[in-house]
Design a protein around this ligand. Structure first.
Ligand SMILES: NC(=O)C1=CN([C@@H]2O[C@H](COP(=O)(O)OP(=O)(O)OC[C@H]3O[C@@H](n4cnc5c(N)ncnc54)[C@H](O)[C@@H]3O)[C@@H](O)[C@H]2O)C=CC1
Ligand SMILES: O=C(O)[C@H]1O[C@H](OP(=O)(O)OP(=O)(O)OC[C@H]2O[C@@H](n3ccc(=O)[nH]c3=O)[C@H](O)[C@@H]2O)[C@H](O)[C@@H](O)[C@@H]1O
Length: 447
């Protein structure tokens, strides 16, 4: 009989995973503790903006005309326990308040709610990003709490999807990594992922600690590339070099590669920043001091970039205070094609200038509601043109396609000064300069 799957936690990761599992042909039951999320998903609506996800949901959520009906939602743990052969845990693992360490309370609570309902053989599969050593501990909790005892087993299966590409990355992953302790667990996960593996996704089988570490080290490596290029931007600025050209030139070497070498205001989001900090905290606990020192430097270069952008804006405006200056900010989300503003460098820069007295007006194609919620005191405009109207300086802080397609001449008509600072090195300097703008970017020559 085909495996039945449950997904616990229906945020960015869980909602996508649940819909993707239904797409792969499985019956899926998903649970979240937040009732509104479940109600939205039942209506085929996503709690966040993620390209392609709503369409995928509507193809499978029970109740839609023509849907497979394979995807249902609940808030009843007993129903989840009775239904599933495989339970994917996709709950959040944020940074602890006031600390760098990972807050494991949501994962622990989910396991504590689920395990007492595991009365027959089942595989619980952790997908959340956790500190190394967590799976070993959680496996013991499951065996203790589950009526099925040792027949209720744990596996770890970290997730590598990117927001904005979540559906594609889940259905066609670069690799699938599973940390298992039995052949049965491996067999079950091979069955779950037979589709993507059949299409060529590598399937890596390993132990618990390695699977946990693959995830945190992958994110740390991505963060390292970004902080490396931002350190090079600092040198380029001092020496009169061009970091965009440098990145292109080193990127032709396959061993280096072109991706993740865009200098600017650095990385943000709900994952890279908190994951490297949690990794730092865990490395410290384990006495891995070199890893700790290394990661701390990555984090500090990254955070410095935001301050550098504020300074660049100050200098561009003549060097004094921001009081009385009108600043247009294009972009609020941590990256394009997402409505996520968690630890967004764009919003952070906008906020710093606002707190120093600047009159900041923000526009973002998809992130306005979330930005207003976390930073209600900033000014917001309905269009890029409206944000730029009357501005003394324009800051380009999230590289949405919409911003690359703006007409610099039209914006120049409404701005007070034709001064643009590109915090993402993503606009075409030639185009903007031709339209009479002073274009400046981090790590690039001024003219
Ligand atoms: N967002 C992303 O792009 C990726 C996230 N991850 C990891 O996946 C995990 C989840 O991340 P997101 O989906 O972004 O978080 P999220 O905050 O969007 O979603 C988490 C969901 O879990 C629910 N939840 C919390 N406690 C629960 C409980 N005890 N029982 C049931 N549901 C519960 C929340 O209500 C929320 O809907 C994190 O560990 C993250 O690091 C991994 C790869 C990609
Ligand atoms: O663990 C996670 O949750 C995920 O974290 C990242 O995915 P995501 O947070 O969606 O965003 P990225 O595309 O990695 O971008 C992160 C940040 O780096 C910045 N960035 C990216 C690339 C670059 O060259 N320069 C740069 O500053 C982006 O603007 C953004 O703020 C990883 O790319 C995923 O593989 C991983 O699964």
């Amino acid at each position: 009989m085909a495996l039945k799957i449950t997904v616990i936690g229906t945020g960015y990761l869980g909602a996508t995973h649940a819909a993707a599992m239904a797409e792969l042909g499985f019956e899926v039951l998903a649970l979240d503790v937040v009732r509104e999320k479940i109600e939205m998903l039942e209506r085929g609506e996503t709690p966040m903006y993620e390209p392609g996800l709503e369409e995928l949901l509507r193809r499978h959520v029970a109740g839609f005309e023509g849907s497979s009906g394979r995807l249902r939602f609940t808030q009843d743990w007993a129903e989840v326990g009775a239904f599933g052969d495989v339970h994917f845990v996709c709950v959040n693992t944020p940074q602890k308040r006031g600390e760098y360490a990972c807050d494991m309370s949501y994962v622990e609570s989910a396991i504590a709610s689920l395990a007492p309902h595991l009365e027959r053989p089942a595989l619980v599969v952790g997908k959340s990003t956790v500190p190394v050593g967590s799976a070993d501990r959680l496996a013991r909790t499951i065996t203790e709490l589950a009526p099925a005892g040792e027949d209720a087993e744990l596996a770890w299966n970290p997730e590598f999807l990117r927001e904005g590409f979540a559906v594609q990355d889940t259905l066609h992953p670069d690799r699938i990594v599973v940390g298992v302790r039995s052949e049965r667990a491996e067999r079950t996960l091979r069955e779950v992922y037979a589709g993507p593996v059949g299409e060529g996704s590598p399937f890596v089988v390993t132990d618990f600690p390695t699977s946990e570490l693959v995830k945190t080290s992958a994110n740390s490596f991505l963060a390292t590339k970004i902080s490396f290029i931002n350190a090079m931007a600092e040198v380029c600025e001092a020496a009169g070099g061009d970091v965009a050209m440098l990145a292109e030139a080193i990127g032709y070497d396959d061993r280096i590669g072109k991706k993740f070498l865009r200098a600017g205001i650095g990385f943000g989001g709900g994952c890279l920043p908190k994951d490297i900090r949690a990794f730092m905290a865990r490395a410290g606990e384990l006495g891995a001091d070199q890893a700790l020192t290394f990661l701390r430097e990555i984090d500090s270069i990254n955070m410095r970039q935001r301050g550098q952008m504020v300074e660049l804006a100050r200098q561009a405006l003549g060097g004094g205070s921001f009081l009385g200056k009108r600043v247009a900010v294009l972009g609020a989300t941590f990256k394009p094609d997402s409505d996520d503003v968690r630890d967004s460098p764009a919003l952070n820069v906008a906020g710093q200038i606002h707190l120093q007295g600047g009159q900041v007006t923000v526009y973002d194609p998809k992130g306005m509601d979330n930005a207003r919620r976390v930073f209600p005191t900033l000014g917001y405009a309905d269009t890029a043109l409206d944000a730029v109207r009357g501005a003394d300086v324009v800051l380009h802080l999230t590289e949405w396609r919409e911003f690359r397609e703006l007409d610099p001449a039209a914006l120049g008509e409404v701005a007070t000064a034709r001064l643009i600072l590109d915090g993402r090195n993503a606009l075409d300097p030639v185009l903007w300069r031709k339209a009479g703008w002073t274009y400046r970017a981090m790590g690039r020559p001024t003219a």
